[in-house]
Design a protein. Structure first.
Length: 88
């Protein structure tokens, strides 16, 4: 509903990406989360979710980039702050 009213609404795009992640639709998940970031480049949670997606897919270098960007925007991001040191 929210996407039909406001197609660039970053929270809805991010949430849809999370749903696709849970469903195992990784390409669709990445696409939605990346659209959320384009709609709102300062949306830290989207970068965190992109990091989770990349980490789970085994793309550690992209996961690190996403987590680092998340922490630049929100230094208090709990997940990114805990996961990033493990990946480095």
């Amino acid at each position: 509903m929210a996407l039909s009213i406001k197609p660039n609404f970053s929270q809805s795009l991010n949430n849809l990406g999370v749903v696709y992640t849970v469903q195992g639709k990784m390409d669709a998940a990445a696409s939605m989360i990346e659209k959320a970031i384009i709609a709102n480049p300062t949306y830290a949670e989207a970068y965190n979710n992109l990091g989770v997606l990349y980490r789970d897919a085994g793309n550690i270098s992209l996961a690190i980039e996403a987590y680092e960007q998340c922490l630049k925007i929100d230094p208090d991001s709990r997940n990114a702050g805990q996961v990033l040191p493990v990946l480095l």
